[in-house]
Design a protein around this ligand. Structure first.
Ligand code: PHE
Ligand code: FE
Length: 286
């Protein structure tokens, strides 16, 4: 991630750009619709109900790539958040500042044909379809803002690696308990058709009850399905645990120790599923 705070030419001082919605082609919109229809069919009964409700509240089922102005107007009404466009990844401090002010930073480009399943960089489908629906939920909306403030603090304490793992295992790849079984809330999962099924049904990964400090010392994979998913009890519980805990002593404890491998289980884990950890090498994501 680039750490110069000066944006490239043509980018505003806060690192945002115009979405330039008019410049999307018919093929761009068709790609959104294709991905949307596939996931909208897959996710009822797999994603947490608040995610499905968010799609509805924000009218995300309207065909085509959402116009961030319309989307922000709806989101502002629901929870006071906005969606702003950025040219790919922005410096950590800039990203946290946006979150702390209830602005979600989204890529504006969409993947092209043939890239439906695997992407290096987050595109507008991952960012908007994956992340934005839950921002219509007041509790999750507060969690992401609190995370932004926590990021500014962690950066100052030199502990971003630890806080980034919390983001990864909640915001991106989190699972949540429900009376009917596990449900998905992580954006990296809901925007991936293959991982939406894998994370719930495959015998390979561990599924472990969420524990903040445990998560903050666990490595993660960026190139394959997760080896371990952490399961929260509720958004209220996640918000309360993270907001009410002073992370500084945790960072201090973790600074000296080695990270846990992504597939490790430890004696204090509340193990829901012990994974077989049989992963095909370079398995195709989709
Ligand atoms: N409580 C955390 C701290 O002391 C801040 C935080 C809140 C981080 C919520 C993540 C999510 O730094
Ligand atoms: Fe993401």
């Amino acid at each position: 991630m680039s750490q110069s705070l000066d944006p490239p030419e043509g980018v505003k001082p806060d690192w945002t750009i115009s979405q330039d919605w008019e410049s999307y082609t018919a093929a761009d919109h068709a790609m959104w619709d294709k991905l949307f229809e596939h996931q909208a069919r897959l996710l009822p009964g797999r994603a947490v109900p608040e995610f499905i409700e968010g799609l509805d509240i924000l009218r995300l089922d309207t065909p085509g790539i959402p116009d961030f102005e319309d989307l922000s107007r709806r989101l502002m009404k629901a929870t006071g958040w906005q969606v702003v466009a950025a040219p790919g990844l922005v410096p950590d401090k800039v990203f946290f500042d946006h979150l702390a002010n209830r602005r979600f930073v989204s890529g504006r480009f969409i993947r092209s044909a043939g890239q439906e399943g695997y992407l290096q960089e987050p595109d507008v489908f991952h960012d908007v379809f994956g992340h934005v629906p839950l921002l219509a939920n007041p509790v999750f909306a507060d969690y992401l803002q609190a995370y932004g403030k926590g990021g500014q603090r962690a950066a100052g304490l030199g502990s971003l690696v630890n806080l980034a793992r919390l983001y990864w295992y909640t915001v991106e790849f989190g699972l949540i308990r429900s009376d009917e079984g596990l449900r998905i809330y992580g954006a990296g999962i809901v925007s991936s058709s293959a991982e939406s099924i894998f994370c719930l049904e495959d015998p390979s990964p561990n599924r472990v009850g969420f524990d903040m400090e445990r998560v903050m010392r666990t490595d993660y994979r960026i190139d394959d399905f997760q080896r371990t998913y952490f399961v929260i009890n509720s958004f209220e519980d996640l918000l309360r645990k993270t907001q009410d805990t002073d992370f500084a002593p945790i960072y201090a404890r973790l600074a000296d120790g080695p990270a846990l491998p992504a597939d490790a289980l430890i004696s204090t884990d509340r193990v829901l599923t012990r994974g077989t950890q049989r992963y095909a090498f370079e398995r195709a994501r989709g």
